[in-house]
Write a protein that binds this ligand. Structure first.
Ligand code: SF4
Ligand code: SF4
Length: 381
């Protein structure tokens, strides 16, 4: 259908989220594909072990409301599985602790649903543009229905994180770091993510934008109350709506640009796609972009020199920078870094920029926001 459904949802009070989710699932006629035997994967954003109020992860009230509604529509609790794989190195105990802190473990237990703490994988062949085979969390491949429960967030590397980027969590644990190494530049990374989305093909996406994140997301930004859920059966369309609301040029976030180049979504969102509480769909006032995207470099370069922009831009690209006073020496940035370019010396992280590919995984994973995004002074002129 390519419809995007906006629903006013002022708070995470259960009654409020439940009625919004119910309306969304009815709009997309989800009950027509649910039987007691249907196996359903709920894929929240569980980037890191973060409490719900930090707005790093999908709020558990959204997961809870979806489980309740699916059961009302005939699904069996035991056939509903909540699964994601966070960013850092992990084992079953660490993974279980993330589900607990994010609130997903309690919600699942309350309704007889399950959480997926294992790392069993399944390999899928694809006819992707850049990836021909993905190794994914097994239930992503084996479930009948995948419901993508994403979060409305900025992202220092990809500009924004909503429906499509959320699916990177289908790649287990440190295999994500391998993809960062294989595709160190943003454009090829974006091609890989779109190939992944074409492989997973979620049945429905619900983006938690009751409280979203602005600034230097996805792990260190600032929570911002937006008071809505945004849903869609086509993740590229929901993301174009989010992109416009954040105030990006749609060709600026690399994943968005790639989906437009492939013709998966038009560059201008057709007005008749926007449904539900349509007045919610507008550019957000005073929304803070990530530092890495606040200025379009190309606009600052004289026209005659624009041929050199990609090279110069690469040289001047924002970098991660450790705030020594805040660093607690936990080593999480070192463990996640795909280039193994971070050392801990005297309980402080030190980055060797010669090998850094500016993926900002270290910034995402730092539990105490000790890694900033440092821009060249050129951007401050
Ligand atoms: S920068 Fe952050 S993640 Fe890295 S060692 Fe310091 S506190 Fe830990
Ligand atoms: S130092 Fe940070 S930004 Fe650079 S490669 Fe490592 S994780 Fe990525």
């Amino acid at each position: 259908m390519n419809n995007i459904y906006f629903k006013i949802t002022p708070s995470y009070e259960m009654d409020c989220v439940y009625s919004s989710v119910r309306e969304i699932l009815e709009f997309y006629n989800i009950s027509s594909i649910i039987t007691p035997d249907t196996t359903i994967l709920l894929k929240p954003n569980m980037l890191s072990r973060s409490a719900p109020e930090k707005a790093v992860t999908t709020h558990p009230a959204v997961v809870e409301a979806v489980i309740v509604c699916l059961k009302e529509m005939g699904a069996k609790g035991e056939n509903i599985l909540v699964a994601d794989s966070g960013g850092g190195p992990s084992n079953v105990a660490v993974h279980a602790a993330s589900y607990k802190t994010c609130g997903f473990a309690d919600v699942a237990a309350r309704y007889g649903a399950k959480i997926y703490t294992k790392y069993e994988t399944a390999t899928v062949k694809t006819d992707g543009k850049i990836v021909k085979e993905f190794e994914l969390l097994a239930p992503v491949v084996n479930s009948d229905v995948v419901i993508n429960l994403a979060k409305f967030k900025t992202h220092v590397m990809t500009g924004m994180s909503a429906a499509v980027k959320n699916l990177f969590g289908c790649v287990p644990g440190l295999k994500k770091a391998e993809f960062h190494m294989r595709f160190p530049d943003k454009e090829n990374f974006a091609r890989m993510i779109v190939d992944l989305c074409e492989t997973v093909k979620p049945t429905l996406t619900i983006i938690d934008a009751v409280t979203g994140m602005e600034g230097d997301g996805p792990g260190s930004g600032t929570p911002v109350h937006l008071g809505m859920l945004i849903a869609g059966d086509n993740p590229y369309y929901t993301d174009l709506a989010v992109c416009n609301m954040m105030g990006f040029n749609p060709m600026q976030p690399p994943i968005m640009a790639e989906t437009i180049k492939r013709g998966l979504v038009p560059p201008v969102l057709p007005a008749d796609c926007v449904c539900g509480d349509v007045r919610l769909y507008k550019k957000l006032e005073n929304f803070t972009m990530p530092q890495s995207y606040r200025i379009d470099f190309g606009d600052r370069v004289p026209r005659a020199l624009r041929w050199a922009t990609p090279t110069v831009e690469k040289y001047l690209a924002p970098k991660p920078k450790v705030k020594k006073s805040a660093c607690i020496g936990c080593g999480q940035c070192r463990d996640i870094c795909p280039q193994k370019t971070i050392k801990i010396v005297n309980k402080k992280a030190i980055i060797d920029y010669n090998k850094c590919i500016k993926c900002f995984c270290c910034h995402e994973m730092c539990p105490v926001k000790a890694i900033d995004v440092k821009r060249s002074v050129f951007f401050n002129i």
